[in-house]
Design a protein. Structure first.
Lengths: 207, 386
């Protein structure tokens, strides 16, 4: 019959139209600014720098090794290494970035910087309301604007951050154990050296 | 009446005649035309309503992809391949990863192969769903069918986001495996989507397959003969709709496709309707593959443990890796000279090659059919122009 196919299609449309008042699976639109979807944990937008502790400048994990700068495909990262050193998360003296800029108008959110970072210092943010009327200034993020706390990182990527924290705790424990062993060995060596040092002058005197 | 000072300077215009066959009109469809799937231009020469000649004009979206890739590291080009065929980024990743794996002789662990097949077939589902929606949109059924298709696509994109972190620019494959393993609960979520998908297909078939207007607009329009399909190097659904039994999943048996039972649907006429229907049938076959793959996926590592991310230098040589992307044969040809970046990097995009027969399909058709024919070829300009 001519028109049968059209009628069948209209029935389908009607089913969807009236079904949208009953079932959630036919009404999938989200009224965006008022209503938001739950954040997906793996989601990524732009990179940020993680810092530990209360002070963003002191606790910055980045050691300015410049690997991410080299590996970034669109080359949107600029790092200038510091002249002096300061202790890092584990306690070893390290360089720190004197300048760390990311131009997020160039960044393509590929997260290769995250993958190559050996210090777990750069991670992906999930923020997405980023529109601005200042095209150049506001999209060039400096060190201060990139710095976000470890607590924030734990809040947005809980699974990943827990693994990173566990890894750091292990490293720190190892470093502490090593330091302890080193001081003990030093103390023992000193204890050994001390009597010898005392004996020597005595022996010298006897000569 | 307008008086002219020098009437002799005015050339005498030929009178318009309805019967004259010499009254040809050349118009430029695109690059801003909404039906051209991006920035594609067709210079169409019309005789009345009929197409006499058609010249495709490419290059409005040229981004120098191949040359940029030659100055990037091997991994650095991976996110750029997402941007080739932006409707299905994961299959682009896959073809590139396959080429590099061939070049460097890397083995992919079992679980990673299954993951690749799962995300690859999900990509095929969402690409074909989109295509049939777009085709309806091109033929003037504005809104409804496209939105139904996008509703289903969004479910699959949500899966991609929770697996890879991005809806479209996934950057998921790595040489020798995949970047991340599936998070907890992802497989169940994916199984739900796959279980619900046939409902959408049934609904969509009800909606449009037996629709008289659709049949009138598509049957016998833009016929691609089997001979031309073979001679012009067509691949993918475009070739199969013309009856060419050529599916690289069956021919090359790359990855682990020989383990799955699926058929290759073939068309008989090669018209727009066949190309439209073949996508439905392929989606049903993809669902079979997905069900099997999700049932059988083993535990284990997802990436070759010997692979390092930085400092990857394959030994000198060349390799061509190709897969059956949703649009056809997607191949990457790489030459390595042993340095950090490829010496030559070449993409064989299915969209571009499938587009070469556009003039043959369109000659003699109406202008309105050109839009439908272009829609059925399934192009993405990111891939055509690169």
């Amino acid at each position: 019959m001519v028109g049968e196919g059209i009628l069948k299609g209209l029935v389908e449309t009607a089913r969807n139209f009236f079904g949208s008042y009953v079932g959630k699976d036919r009404l999938t639109t989200v009224q965006y600014p008022e209503e938001r979807l739950p954040q997906i944990e793996a989601a990524r937008s732009f990179p940020f720098l993680v810092y530990d502790g209360p002070d963003w400048d002191k606790g910055m994990r980045c050691v300015a090794c410049q690997i991410c700068e080299k590996e970034c495909p669109p080359k949107c990262i600029l790092i200038k290494k510091s002249a002096d050193k300061k202790p890092d998360a584990v306690g070893k003296p390290q360089f720190y970035p004197a300048v760390f800029n990311i131009d997020i108008s160039v960044c393509m959110s590929c997260q290769i910087c995250v993958e190559v970072c050996p210090f777990d210092a750069i991670k992906m943010d999930v923020d997405y309301d980023l529109s601005t009327d200042d095209r150049f200034g506001d999209l060039l993020l400096d060190k201060e604007r990139l710095a976000k706390s470890n607590e924030y990182y734990n809040a947005i990527h809980p699974t990943e951050a827990a693994a990173v924290d566990a890894h750091f705790a292990e490293e720190r424990a190892k470093a502490e154990a090593k330091a302890k062993a080193a001081t003990e060995a030093k103390a023992a060596a000193e204890a050994k050296v001390a009597p010898a040092a005392q004996e020597q002058p005595v022996g010298g005197e006897t000569q | 009446m307008i008086t002219d000072a020098s009437p002799a300077a005015q050339p005498e215009l030929e009178p318009l005649s309805e019967t004259s066959e010499e009254q040809l009109l050349e118009i430029a469809m695109g690059p801003q035309h909404p039906s051209t799937h991006g920035v594609f231009r067709m210079n169409v020469v019309l005789d009345g309503e009929h197409v006499v000649r058609l010249k495709p004009v490419f290059g409005y979206l040229h981004r120098n992809h191949e040359k940029i890739a030659e100055s990037e590291t091997y991994l650095g080009s991976m996110p750029y391949t997402d941007r080739l065929d932006y409707m299905c980024p994961i299959t682009n990743n896959w073809a590139y990863a396959l080429a590099v794996e061939k070049l460097a002789g890397i083995q992919v662990p079992e679980r990673a192969e299954y993951l690749r097949v799962i995300v690859g077939e999900l990509t095929r589902l969402q690409n074909h769903a989109c295509l049939i929606g777009f085709l309806m949109q091109d033929m003037g059924s504005s809104g409804t069918p496209l939105m139904y298709a996008f509703r289903e696509r969004e479910k699959i994109l949500d899966l991609f986001e929770s697996l890879t972190g991005a809806r479209m620019m996934c950057n998921y494959m790595r040489f020798g495996g995949c970047r991340v393993d599936m998070p907890a609960g992802w497989l169940e979520q994916a199984q739900n989507v796959v279980r619900e998908f046939p409902r959408f297909l049934d609904e969509y078939e009800n909606l449009l397959v037996s629709n008289e207007i659709l049949m009138e607009r598509t049957q016998g329009v833009g016929v691609l003969s089997k001979e031309l399909a073979i001679n012009a190097g067509m691949s993918g659904p475009m070739a199969r709709a013309s009856g060419v039994n050529y599916d690289i999943r069956k021919v090359d048996k790359y990855s682990i496709y020989e383990r799955f039972a699926f058929r290759v649907p073939l068309g008989a006429h090669g018209d727009v309707y066949d190309r439209y229907m073949i996508r439905f049938l392929e989606m049903r076959e993809s669902l079979k593959i997905l069900n099997e793959a999700m049932r059988d996926i083993p535990a284990g590592p997802i990436v070759d443990p010997k692979m390092r991310i930085r400092g990857f230098r394959p030994k000198p040589g060349e390799a061509y890796g190709r897969i059956e992307s949703p649009k056809g044969e997607l191949g990457f040809y790489l030459i390595s000279n042993g340095s950090l970046n490829p010496y030559r990097y070449r993409v064989r995009p299915p969209s571009l090659i499938n587009l070469t027969v556009l003039e043959d399909l369109c000659i003699g058709q109406n202008v309105a059919d050109v839009v439908a024919i272009l829609g059925s070829v399934d192009i993405v300009l990111g891939e055509v122009d690169r």
